[in-house]
Design a protein around this ligand. Structure first.
Ligand code: NDP
Length: 246
């Protein structure tokens, strides 16, 4: 159980982040449901958390902005006095072949996915060090592990998350803070719903289990890594991918 823990989940207005937020709240954590543009959907997630007897608050922040991320994490720490769990889940895709990829599509994906995770860790770590405890969970991707045609920008950001996770884990292991990554495969969310049917079928064929996963599959892994039981696990990349990256 995560009773009385304070958890921040970035990009929790929908998809995987939404499910992680609801799962952590179901285990007793007070959950900050971060979003960037989807205020109504984030409010709905908080409503569902409260209806289930949990606690949470929706807080807007574009995590790709260093100063805004600082204000966000400072707000959480000032309001709730601590931060026990940080799940860096906010992410975007701007797929395209290398030869045609614009500078803006490269920069925006790296800024949101990689720098966004850095920003929240950078501004949350001091409090965790003060507490001598903390759990950081960064959402990577099988694209970052294996590479993926059409995702030079996204795979770079997700591979970067793995290097960042292992480095931060080494820095903070002796302070009682664990830092791990989850690398989901294809998961049924709005991010994958936009893929053409042919691409989806091709993707499913590459998955040993032959089907896409669900957000709850990733949420269960996040809840485990956030738990006391996972206290001796750090610097790891847990693939939740139906066997894709084995
Ligand atoms: P969705 O597109 O469904 O949701 C993305 C979430 O990120 C939304 O809540 C969105 O909020 C938020 N977000 C985007 N940009 C920002 C920002 N700058 N600041 C704060 N929040 C932001 O994605 P998924 O749920 O599918 O993916 C979640 C994570 O899992 C991502 O990191 C993704 O890369 C990763 N992943 C997903 C896989 C999949 O198959 N679905 C596979 C592997 C990894 P808002 O709407 O308010 O902008």
């Amino acid at each position: 159980m995560l009773t009385d823990k304070v958890a921040v989940v970035t990009g929790a207005s929908r998809g995987i982040g939404r499910e992680i937020a609801k799962t952590l709240a179901g285990e007793g954590a007070l959950v900050i449901v971060n979003y960037n543009g989807s205020a109504q959907r984030a409010d709905q997630v908080v409503r569902e958390i409260k209806e289930a007897g949990g606690r949470g608050e929706a807080v807007q922040c574009d995590v790709s902005d260093f100063e805004k991320a600082r204000e966000f994490m400072e707000y959480v720490i000032k309001t709730y006095g601590r931060v026990d769990i940080l799940v860096n889940n906010a992410g975007i895709t701007r797929d395209g072949l290398l030869m045609r990829m614009s500078e803006e599509d490269f920069d925006s994906v790296v800024r949101t996915n990689l720098k966004g995770a850095f920003n929240c860790m950078r501004h949350g770590a001091r409090q965790m060090i003060k507490q001598k405890s903390g759990r950081i969970i960064n959402i990577s991707s099988v694209s970052g592990v294996l590479g993926n045609a059409g995702q030079v920008n996204y795979a770079s950001s997700k591979a970067g998350i793995i290097g960042m996770t292992k480095s931060a884990a080494r820095e903070m292991a002796s302070r009682g803070i664990t830092v791990n990554a989850i690398a989901p495969g294809f998961i049924n969310t709005e991010m994958t719903a936009v893929l053409p049917d042919g691409v989806k079928e091709g993707a499913a064929a590459q998955i040993p289990m032959k089907v896409f996963g669900e957000p709850k599959d990733v949420a269960a892994a996040a809840a485990f890594l956030a738990s006391d039981e996972a206290r001796y696990i750090t610097g790891q990349v847990l693939c939740v991918d139906g066997g894709m990256a084995m």
